[in-house]
Ligand binder design. Sequence first.
Ligand code: ATP
Length: 368
Amino acid sequence: MARDDSYLRIETVTKRFGSVTAVDQVDLSIGTGEFFSLLGPSGCGKTTLLRMLAGFETPDVGEIYIDGAPVSGTPPHMRPTNMVFQNYAIFPHLNVERNVAYGLRKEKLGREEETRRVNEALEMVKLGGYGQRKSNELSGGQRQRIALARALIRRPKVLLLDEPLGALDKKLRTEMQIELRQLQQSLGVTFVFVTHDQEEAMTLSDRIAVMAHGKALQVASPKEIYNDPTDMTVADFIGQMNFLEASVREVSGDQAILDAAGFGAIKAPARRPYVQKSARLIAALRPEKLTLSESAPEGGANSVRGKIEAAAYLGDRSHFHVRVDGLEQPIAVAGPDEQPGGGSLAEGAPVWLSWSDEAVILLERDRG
Ligand code: ATP
């Protein structure tokens, strides 16, 4: 089947609860077979958006289309979607088989067909043979798989998952992430996954919508969101970032020269329309894009002097805080703690920071 990139279309959707705008003019499309995440802090509107896809809420403004048809008047059980909740509501008095068969209660199937579908769903989530187990005899991860099986048994085209791994401990959560991704790929079902955990969204997703205050700030692949954030809130929310106040001195072709606080004159790519002469912007630099050295880098371009204020050894890499004159906040740097020449970077040591032009991301100041 050819991929339909707008199988799910959310068109300028707004949802208010009293004076709270939970979802604010969200406009995005999700393709068939895509693993799509809604990522953002608590209260940003991701669950409300998911519930509108499921049909538990109706948009105040805008429309949701599934496979080209508007669905606002369509109740949840008539949609090709099914939802998995965080507190997965497993019935303790029912065995695994009955819990999973519960997903079929609206479909009037014969006993034989029902058993076949239950077994098929249990196989999908690697719980084949567990049908007769009492559900309170299972681990957290196994219970989460029952919830998945119960949602998948209806053979939805879209699975909506609301923080499904939120109740699991870190190790189990990582294991289940891998399983979820494998399951999604083998079934080819579209997953819309809600999480506030950026690492989880980055690991699992084909694309992510980063949300804040009801808005989808950026919709892109994990790589793009990390390497090329288009918004300060996104840049701040994903990974670690150093932010410098900067003003544009001049733009020539696709390169700009800026005066950046503490760093002096810096060069940066000028690919975005707001990079104009005299504009006051934010220059953002990821910690791992900065290099530390004990002596001045050759040529001296894109470098600044500082002093190591704190160093933390993490085994495979180290984190440093470097104090630069004229800046309130220290600059965060990530990299090896050994110098190529054998020297090590200790607290209090004077250092040089250097970076490439391409490492600088120019962002508009947050208007919020
Ligand atoms: P969390 O991760 O905490 O679930 P979220 O990003 O999923 O957060 P939502 O649950 O969608 O956020 O909530 C968005 C905003 O809408 C919040 O301010 C919330 O208090 C409000 N809200 C959500 N549902 C309702 C409701 N039924 N009645 C009133 N306000 C609501």
